[in-house]
Design a protein around this ligand. Structure first.
Ligand code: DGP
Ligand code: NA
Ligand code: NA
Length: 207
């Protein structure tokens, strides 16, 4: 294990991505390379997470605003332990975070600023890596899955909102995930290690 300098907090690194962009592979590599804790959102194991899982797998219907607040609540229920780990010097990788919340709900037609509000003051990432993929590269990687949101039209809308989010958020890096796993990893690893090295000061609040 890495020697932890107890005067230095851990880095919060978020990975966001479009469907088929290879997010899980990059996240897995990051967790190993940085000896980090992985937090996957939504965390489908909590009571709120089970409601979200049922919604995503299309076993239940929920009002768009209600579901948005549940996704946010799912992040808030994990937030204290994320903060605790960061303060103890542990690096935390989040597979999706508040930016997915904004992207998916705005893509469904909810107002951008309404979507942003419930996640304000969550622990702010030191780096957000957004894996983007062109529709043609996504199509070459095979069909979308059976979950809610996994279709071409929705993914195009989500992509466009992520591009708006990028303008509102600092410490953001967009990575072209049309390329091979190794090429993408080179960029991801470099940016993440750099972010870990640059961490200073207390955990900040989002937005
Ligand atoms: P995965 O591809 O395994 O990361 O699946 C998570 C799904 O949940 C994906 O379709 C994006 C969606 N999702 C994640 N976070 C949010 C959120 O905060 N709000 C909404 N509406 N959807 C989200
Ligand atoms: Na998915
Ligand atoms: Na930005």
């Amino acid at each position: 294990a890495n020697q932890v300098d107890d005067s230095k907090r851990g880095a919060l690194i978020v990975v966001e991505g479009l469907d088929r962009a290879g997010k899980s592979t990059q996240v897995e590599r990051l967790v190993k390379a940085l000896d980090a804790r992985l937090v996957k959102f939504p965390d489908r194991t909590t009571p709120i997470g089970r409601m979200l899982d049922s919604y995503l797998t299309q076993k239940s219907e929920l009002d768009d605003r209600a579901v948005h607040l549940l996704f946010s609540a799912n992040r808030w229920e994990l937030a204290p332990s994320i903060r605790q780990d960061l303060e103890a010097g542990k690096t935390v990788i989040c597979d999706r975070y508040a930016f997915s919340g904004i992207a998916y709900s705005t893509a469904k037609g909810l107002p951008f600023d309404w979507c942003l509000a419930p996640d304000a003051t969550l622990p702010a990432p030191d780096l957000t890596i957004f894996l983007t993929i062109s529709p043609s590269a996504a199509a070459e990687r095979g069909g979308y899955g059976a979950e809610r949101y996994e279709d071409r039209e929705m993914q195009l809308k989500v992509k466009s909102v992520f591009e708006d989010v990028e303008d509102r958020v600092g410490d953001w890096m967009t990575v072209n995930a049309d390329r091979s796993v190794e090429e993408v990893w080179k960029d991801v690893e470099k940016a993440a290690k750099n972010a870990v090295g640059l961490v200073t000061g207390p955990v900040r609040g989002l937005f």
